[in-house]
Design a protein around this ligand. Structure first.
Ligand SMILES: [Ca+2]
Length: 388
């Protein structure tokens, strides 16, 4: 009896130590396509695993998998293999270790998407990776089926055969990402279906911040079908089929720049309470269009304020809905940019109508596209004037 009791104690102590040991090591694992091994590796810094898919199965809430780069890209799809974190403080993170060049995920063959997070997996961060579709994989990054609180940060997604980022859940973040040159072959055409956009967002309550979209046949970002309470801020969209489109209720775009797009710079399609603030919309085929739509609404409660809209055609059109559209500048002579030819749309001091000419939006945001404080009265456009 004594012996058995003692044995149980030892087991308990061993389990406790094991638990402490695991906790002490929790946080850092390593993967290296070029130098790692899924059969001989342990996930330590000295003995990294080789594939992200294999590594992911060992991650616990709070852990980080550090992704190393080398001569060859990661030839794998990362589909529904990343486990959930539990909350903001205990995310599961997969992240470039910051050494050398950005790791490239470049699988061969054809799949729907390269990085996919679905089936409820949540509180996951993926950061610092380049995702190259080689014009064969359908989507670069996808999320669906209830996965939420996903954070995609500093990703460079390109050459998807279809859409760069495509998904529909809620409370996700897209921070400082690039999505460009998708469907470069121009092979995708689905009549009535989504065009190859930089991002096709069917989320609610998500944030797109500091992202850049270019050379996509569709919009830089399209929120469709109508979805609600998303924020697009500090983003740039250029040389796409269109700049930004929002459909739904309570979506807001501010401090964004749209230029050289084939269609409109910004479109609001029906809905309610969709708002455009402090955007710079230049040299698109058309400017800002707030459409009335019998099916989805006429955007009552919407606003267009503090924006610079300089286009060959259109300016600001609102389909006669009469929503507040104030403090916007559509006169080329009223604006002097630092270097419009090189698409630097910062203001110079010779833009009297723009400097301190804005409507007070400090209840919603207080910085400009560069993160600088909006000083004095708001200026018009995405950038606060830098001079004295
Ligand atoms: Ca000001």
């Amino acid at each position: 009896m004594w012996t058995r009791h003692c044995s149980l104690c030892l087991i308990a102590v061993a389990l406790l130590l094991l638990s402490l040991g695991v906790n002490a090591q929790a946080g850092s694992f390593y993967v290296d396509w070029n130098k790692g091994s899924d059969t001989r590796g342990t996930g330590s810094s000295d003995a990294p695993w080789q594939t992200i898919v294999f590594s992911a199965r060992y991650l616990q809430p709070g852990d980080t998998l550090w992704v190393r780069s080398g001569a060859d890209p990661y030839r794998e799809y990362i589909l529904n293999c990343i486990p959930s974190g539990t909350d903001e403080e205990h995310r599961v993170t997969i992240k470039w270790d910051g050494v050398g060049k950005r790791p490239v995920i470049q699988p061969a063959g054809v799949q729907d998407e390269i990085l996919g997070i679905e089936d409820g997996a949540s509180y996951i961060t993926v950061e610092g990776l380049e995702i190259d579709g080689l014009d064969t994989a359908g989507f670069g990054v996808g999320w669906a089926n209830g996965s939420h609180h996903l954070r995609f940060k500093d990703l460079d997604v390109h050459n998807a055969r279809h859409i760069g980022f495509e998904g529909g859940t809620h409370h996700n973040e897209f921070l400082n990402c690039l999505s460009h040159d998708n469907d470069v072959a121009g092979t995708v055409s689905e009549p009535g279906g989504p065009l190859p956009h930089g991002m096709y967002l069917s989320d609610d309550s998500s944030v797109v911040d500091g992202c850049v979209f270019y050379n996509n046949p569709g919009y830089g970002i399209q929120i469709w079908p109508p979805h609600d309470n998303n924020t697009i801020r500090n983003c740039t969209s250029y040389r796409n089929g269109g700049g930004f489109e929002m459909s739904g209720v309570g979506n807001t775009i501010y401090n964004c720049v749209a230029y050289d797009n084939k269609g409109h710079g910004i479109v609001v399609y029906g809905g309610r309470n969709q708002r455009i603030y402090n955007c710079t919309v230049c040299n698109n085929e058309r400017g800002i269009y707030v459409s009335g739509n019998p099916r989805s609404g006429h955007n009552p409660g919407g606003e267009v304020r503090n924006s610079i809209v300089l286009s060959a055609k259109g300016g600001i059109e609102d389909d006669g809905q009469g929503i507040p559209m104030t403090n916007n500048v559509t006169d080329t002579n009223a604006v002097r940019f630092v270097n419009a030819a090189d698409r630097d749309f910062h203001l110079t001091g010779n833009s009297a109508a723009c400097v301190d000419g804005g409507y007070d939006l400090s209840a919603i945001f207080t910085t400009d596209k560069d993160g600088k404080p909006r000083s004095g009265a708001f200026d018009i456009g995405a950038y606060e004037y830098a001079g004295e």
